[in-house]
Design a protein. Structure first.
Length: 292
């Protein structure tokens, strides 16, 4: 192949890749503009103070994001309380302790969790986890924040385990060997040397797992009870921001205050998720620099 022809092919593919990148940025900008413009129209009718400090979400009269925000973070933080220790310890075991044959079995099984449809996990929450929680805690209904947290923890595990394992593997082998040569055993080396050295990558795993939990819709829609009130604990029914949008957007009258309110809560969730993803990417970049 001649050099001129090769240069033309290279130039063509550079143009294709540049165009797709610009298209992605344009689409993201368009989504952001749509959310912000409709949010501004909402705040022309509703006071921002009432929106952020009120205690009730009632499409007929009151539009306060506080119950939805508290519910969203209650479920998401609950899922991280369950998923982070399990995910990091699983990644540590796969990276440091597990035999190669067992790694070849466990890692694909964990990654396969990401392929399970969220509606299937939500169904399991209705027929299996929810009744189990009702029996354990002696409550009438197991569709609550704890149910959603357990299901989201399962969904976040593949992300946390995969990124945590990469972070642990990025720690130089010399660190481990130096610890062992000083008389430390494998467990002491793991908890005092390897995991602290992989801390930026572990933070990235937690942040990206949290972003995954915050953005989930179908599972929390099916398994949390959908009560638009400020919850008092994990055993109360809750309604997250994503579930509210999914429930109400299909029936809301067009160009009404209620319609714009859904864009306002979507814009806030977009900004929260964007901030979490940027935080995760920051720590992921620190991990790459450390690995280099």
């Amino acid at each position: 192949m001649s050099s001129d022809k090769r240069e033309k092919i290279d130039g063509f593919f550079k143009l294709v890749f540049k165009s797709t990148g610009l298209l992605t940025i344009t689409l993201l900008g368009g989504i952001f503009f749509l959310l912000i413009s409709n949010t501004i129209l909402f705040f022309l009718d509703i006071s921002p103070i009432d929106f952020f400090t009120g205690s009730q979400w009632d499409p007929d009269a009151h539009f306060s994001i506080l119950p939805l925000l508290v519910s969203t973070f209650l479920v998401a933080i609950g899922s991280m309380i369950l998923a982070v220790p399990l995910g990091i310890l699983t990644a540590a075991y796969l990276s440091e302790m597990a035999p190669k044959k067992l790694q070849m079995v466990l890692k694909p099984m964990i990654e396969m969790l990401a392929a399970i449809p969220s509606v299937a996990i939500g169904f399991l929450g209705i027929v299996l986890v929810g009744p189990g929680l009702a029996q354990i805690f002696g409550i009438q209904n197991g569709l609550n924040a704890l149910n959603g947290a357990i299901l989201l923890a399962v969904m976040a595990l593949p992300t946390i385990v995969t990124i945590s394992e990469d972070a642990i593997n990025a720690v130089p082998k010399a660190h481990r060997e130096a610890s062992l040569s000083l008389g430390a055993d494998k467990w002491e080396t793991l908890f005092r040397i390897t995991l602290p050295s992989a801390f930026p990558g572990l933070i990235a795993a937690v942040m990206l797992g949290l972003g995954r939990a915050l953005g989930e819709t179908m599972t929390v829609l099916m398994a949390t009870g959908n009560s638009a009130a400020i919850p008092r604990g994990f055993l109360d029914s809750v309604r997250t921001i994503t579930a509210t949008i999914a429930i109400e957007m299909g029936e809301v009258p067009y160009q009404t205050t209620h319609y714009f309110a859904l864009f306002a809560i979507a814009a806030l969730l977009f900004l929260i998720t964007l901030g979490i993803n940027f935080t995760g990417e920051f720590f992921a970049n620190r991990l790459r620099n450390f690995d280099a």
